[in-house]
Design a protein around this ligand. Structure first.
Ligand code: PEP
Ligand code: MG
Length: 578
């Protein structure tokens, strides 16, 4: 999940005008640097609303069916593309769109509206779509609310395909050899796919929906991207040169030649050659000589390659729930064994921390989740699912990890730990799984380490007791902040509270690391929330006392630079609250 910008930063004047070049400040979605020509993506849809004659009904219905097929074919191309080159979560999102496109009931309702209300196809579709969107938005489920955005995007795509001159579904996209940077007002998955078709070298958007599906797609494709850029559309025109600096979260429109040169050099410095021979991890050290451990957060087995290419020390967080989200079913023990074994082997001796399925909250799986009431984030999520409902799912996962980990340095991490009793119960379950394997005479890793996510304030306060029960803890600032300030991490309206620099939150982070230090266990604490991937916030974490970070692999270089430029002797901080 992407860290949110705080609203304060968003509401500051964002347009910093120089003589000719224009610099806008936003927030990084996917780190990197792209330089190219502006290509404006936004589709300004004006839904044509015409009443039709009875004699036109059939042809209008026919046109609707053809438009759906066009969009569907287009989507299939993208799904194939993502399967051959990207993350599981990217293809999952597109498959969700596909599922909506094949919803026969929806299409029947549109077709029937054409014949009963004599509306043209686009209008009938708009009315039907808005009805669904209204229902989804009235629900208080973040999962359903995020589906509303997907429905709007699909409606817009079908309306476009119905137009006599569709913009998105042109057979061949103009390629004039120039590198393109796609820019948009909104952040729709279809805009990201369009950007991909243009081989866009970067993406910039006014939208601040930095946790949206489209943002996840951008990260999955590794397209450098900046969001929350107020004034972008009015400042840039098609064909303008633009630099997207998704390391510092800025874009520069019509840059001066010296600025371009500076960025070409910076980009070369940041680039890791695709075919790097396997190299050992690079250690990171502050200006004044403190060693900082840098590991990676990965969401799927393929991303282990990014860990190696970016020369990180290992995997600090492997989010396994993404392969359940992908298939909407639980992999068998054998399937899981194969995935874990592949990752451990590819890691080449680096430590890998596998987090057990963190399902629930905003990561709902249709048909597989338990009714979690009005507040899914406060319901049956993470280990709660396993302790309260489905210990069998955890047993299968633990068996697969234990079996695959033989001979490899592996840790198992448990999400959504609330109390020390949760940990004790989990440990009993783990012991019973080990007993079972012993009885079956199956070799498994006896020395596997176990860890707890510290992402609930109660666990943060009990970190001393929890550390007495586990080998390590990971501080999950994405959730810790959401639960601490009681502000949904996916809700833009309460964005201002999602401020990592909130004094009370810094106090809590300071408390965690100090408590661990009192017990001589500060080395067993890693911070793995998105905050650690943001170079501008890294010095703050180091000054609080954290020495181990688990980050988005593509942020490795900017984070390393931030570490190397930090002098801890000059200023350490001890946050206080009154
Ligand atoms: C977190 O909560 O900070 C975390 C790393 O876990 P996730 O983003 O997967 O909830
Ligand atoms: Mg979390």
């Amino acid at each position: 999940m992407i860290m949110k910008m705080d609203e304060k930063r968003l509401s500051e004047p964002t347009r910093l005008e120089a003589e000719t070049e224009i610099k806008l400040k936003g927030a990084t979605i996917c780190p990197g640097i792209g330089i190219g020509q502006v290509r404006i993506l936004d589709r300004e849809f004006i839904v044509p609303r015409n009443e039709i004659l009875e004699s036109q009904v059939q042809s209008e219905q026919q046109r609707y069916s053809e438009a759906v097929k066009t969009v569907s074919d287009h989507l299939h191309e993208h799904i194939e593309e993502t399967h051959t080159g990207s993350s599981l979560s990217s293809s999952l999102i597109l498959k969700t769109h596909e599922a909506m496109l094949t919803d026969e009931q929806f299409h029947k309702a549109v077709i029937s509206r054409i014949s009963t209300e004599y509306k043209n196809a686009a209008w009938a579709l708009e009315v039907e779509g808005e009805q669904i969107v209204a229902g989804l938005e009235a629900s208080r489920s973040p999962y359903l609310m995020s589906r509303a955005e997907d429905i709007r995007d699909l409606v817009a795509s079908i309306v476009d395909a119905l137009s006599p001159t569709p913009k998105t579904y042109k057979k061949a996209l103009r390629q004039d050899g120039e590198l393109k940077v796609c820019i948009s007002d909104n952040l729709f998955p279809s805009s990201v796919m369009e950007a991909r078709r243009f081989h866009s070298v970067a993406f910039a958007t006014e939208s601040a929906a930095l946790s949206s599906h489209a943002a996840i797609l951008l990260k999955g494709f590794g397209i450098p991207a900046v969001g929350g850029l107020r004034g972008l559309r009015e400042s840039a025109a098609n064909g303008d040169q633009i630099i997207v600096d998704a390391v510092n979260g800025v874009v520069i429109i019509r840059p001066e030649p010296e600025t371009v040169q500076r960025y070409i050099t910076l980009k070369q410095e940041l680039e890791v050659p695709e075919k790097l021979p396997p190299s050992p991890p690079i250690s990171s050290r502050t200006k004044d000589g403190f060693d900082i451990h840098l590991m990676a957060n990965i969401n799927n087995p393929d991303q282990i390659q990014l860990v190696l290419r970016n020369r990180l020390e290992g995997v600090g967080l492997f989010r396994t729930e993404f392969f359940v989200l992908e298939t909407e079913s639980f992999p068998t023990e054998q399937e899981q064994f194969d995935i874990y074994h592949q990752v451990f082997t590819a890691a080449g001796g680096r430590r890998v921390v596998v987090r057990t399925f963190d399902i629930g909250g905003d990561k709902q799986i249709p048909d597989l989740h338990y009714c979690t009431g009005q507040n899914p984030a406060l319901g049956v999520r993470g280990v709660r699912r396993h302790l309260l409902r489905r210990p069998d799912e955890l047993q299968t996962q633990l068996r697969a990890i234990l079996l695959a980990a033989v001979g490899f340095p592996v840790g198992i991490l448990f999400p959504m730990i609330t109390t020390v009793d949760d940990i004790r119960e989990i440990k009993r379950l783990l012991e019973s799984v080990k007993e079972e394997l012993r009885a079956e005479d199956r070799p498994f890793s006896e020395e596997i380490q176990i860890g707890a996510m510290i992402e609930i304030p109660a666990a943060a306060i009990s970190v001393g007791d929890i550390l007495a029960e586990v080998d390590f803890v990971n501080v999950g600032t994405n959730d810790l902040l959401q639960y601490f300030v009681a502000a949904d991490r996916d809700n833009d309206v309460v964005l201002r509270y999602e401020n990592f620099e909130n004094k009370a939150f810094l106090w809590l982070l300071g408390f965690i690391i100090e408590r661990a230090a009192e017990l001589g266990k500060e080395e067993n604490v890693t911070i793995c929330g998105e905050v650690a991937s943001h170079p501008e916030l890294v010095p703050l974490l180091l000054r609080l006392g954290f020495r181990s970070l688990s980050i988005t692999p593509t942020s490795a270089q900017p984070v390393r630079n931030a570490i190397e430029n930090t002098d801890l002797c000059v200023s350490s901080i001890k946050p206080t609250v009154n």
